[in-house]
Design a protein around this ligand. Structure first.
Ligand SMILES: Nc1nc2c(c(=O)[nH]1)N[C@H]1C(S)=C(S)[C@@H](COP(=O)(O)OP(=O)(O)OC[C@H]3O[C@@H](n4cnc5c(N)ncnc54)[C@H](O)[C@@H]3O)O[C@H]1N2
Ligand code: MOO
Length: 397
């Protein structure tokens, strides 16, 4: 509940947003291009791993029953070059890590505990304490048919590796998400230009591109658009994207033209204004095939709304099962005052696992954001929170 009934609670706004579009289409891509995408289907093992009982160490394949030896070495098993025969009582083979156990052998004696004189092998240490020691059984990791990756899992390096081991050269994923970004505002100039005038360097575009950098996204940069309805309308109408993200012009001033421009381009606004600080004036809508997110212009408001809405929407469109940011918790290093009617995301630093929030939280102040490592989530109407209490946070750096 927010103090203002017109403001949508954050969780409700996130749910409404994600319900606005389905994930983009599937495609099959080579393993190396699948990194960072989301699996479009479950991925099952096409083979058993290991495919046979393998040695985990360099040494000698023996029969445990023959301990304490001695043995006669009758051959060798190396990775990819198994011993063709089988071993009988009193026999052993040389064996290397990753090599198949010869038929008849059940245990590996590590070479550090063995002494060898030509064919004769003797125990030179304590030896393996149990049958099966230093042997990786067939199927230890997984068996054919086991689910390796679930639908909607992100393809992390470990999941790419397990899919490769499971016999896959290509993986079913969602295609890359097309995201268009537009900054609006007559005061804005490209970063690095016109440092003498009153103009303001445009920072939201670069920030959003950086936030999307690790995601499977094709960016369409619409650059800086002026506060003119027809220009905005025409720029928006021409966009071919899954998601159009604008910053600025989202509030109620005479030059806040994003909403009328979306509507003039034939789109519609689904919801506007969130019980969120910073980020209240955010809007969500549609324009032809694209979902539109109109973020507030204040840089910290744009950051917080991107974290809470843009990144989750990209993940959702990309097929993620859990698209929302991961909330964790930490202990407050100092008291926090009671909160008002909007959920507050306070810039803060984590020092030795304790949270210290910046005293000034103005949504224009980027340096405090740049110095912060987390945002502390203060629920609407929360009372005073005391040092030592636990608080929910989003880690941002
Ligand atoms: N009468 C009211 N005024 C405002 C309200 C309100 O409810 N009633 N809401 C305030 C809140 S909250 C926010 S947040 C801002 C956001 O408004 P806009 O989305 O219309 O943002 P702008 O006015 O265009 O810009 C705000 C601020 O940010 C700077 N800016 C904008 N774009 C960029 C960019 N790409 N890079 C860097 N800086 C940018 C801009 O120059 C302004 O200083 O509205 C409050 N007002
Ligand atoms: O909500 Mo605005 O985003 O306070 O600065």
């Amino acid at each position: 509940m927010s103090g203002d009934p017109l403001l949508l609670p954050v969780a409700e706004a996130q749910a409404r947003l994600l319900a606005m579009a389905r994930p983009v289409t599937e495609e099959q891509v080579p393993l190396r291009l699948a990194a960072g995408r989301w699996a479009a289907t479950d991925i099952a093992a096409r083979r058993t791993q290991p495919a046979a009982d393998l040695s985990a160490m360099d040494g000698y394949a023996i029969r445990f029953a023959d301990l304490p030896g001695p043995w006669r070495v009758i051959g060798e098993s190396a990775a990819g070059k198994p011993f063709a025969g089988s071993i009988g009582p009193g026999e052993a083979t040389r064996i290397f890590t990753g090599a198949a156990m010869p038929a008849g052998a059940d245990t590996v004696l590590v070479q550090e505990e063995a002494a060898r004189d030509d064919e004769r092998l003797m125990l030179a240490g304590e030896g393996p304490p149990n049958c099966g020691r230093n042997v990786r059984r067939r199927g230890l990791d997984f068996a054919e048919g086991d689910r390796l990756v679930a639908t909607g899992d992100r393809l992390t390096p470990a999941r790419i590796a397990v899919a490769a081991t499971g016999g896959h050269g290509d993986l079913p994923v969602r295609r890359r998400v097309r995201v268009a970004i537009a900054a609006t505002g007559d005061e804005l100039v490209p970063p690095g230009s016109d440092l003498d005038g009153a103009a303001l360097p445009e920072s939201n575009g670069a920030m959003l591109a950086a936030m999307l950098a690790g995601l499977p996204v094709d960016l369409i940069d619409l650059g800086i658009l002026p506060d003119r309805l027809e220009v905005l309308r025409d720029a928006f109408a021409g966009v071919r994207a899954d998601l159009l993200v604008t910053t600025g012009g989202a509030s109620v001033g005479d030059h806040d033209l994003v909403r009328p421009a979306i509507e003039a381009a034939g789109g519609s606004i689904d919801f506007w204004r969130i019980a969120l600080r910073p980020g209240k004036p955010m809007m969500a809508g549609r324009l032809s095939d694209a979902v539109v997110l109109g973020l507030p212009g204040n840089p910290v408001s744009a950051f917080v709304t991107a974290l809470l809405f843009v990144l989750p929407m990209v993940a959702h469109l990309g097929g993620a099962r859990d698209p929302l940011p991961v909330v964790t918790s930490a202990v407050l290093g100092e008291d926090l005052p009671a909160n008002q009617g909007r959920t507050d995301y306070l810039r803060a630093e984590l020092r030795d696992g304790r949270i210290f929030a910046s005293t000034i939280q103005d949504s224009s102040m980027l340096l405090t954001l740049a110095r912060s490592t987390c945002l502390v989530i203060r629920p609407a109407h929360a009372g005073t929170a005391m040092a030592g209490e636990s608080a929910e946070i989003l880690v941002i750096a």
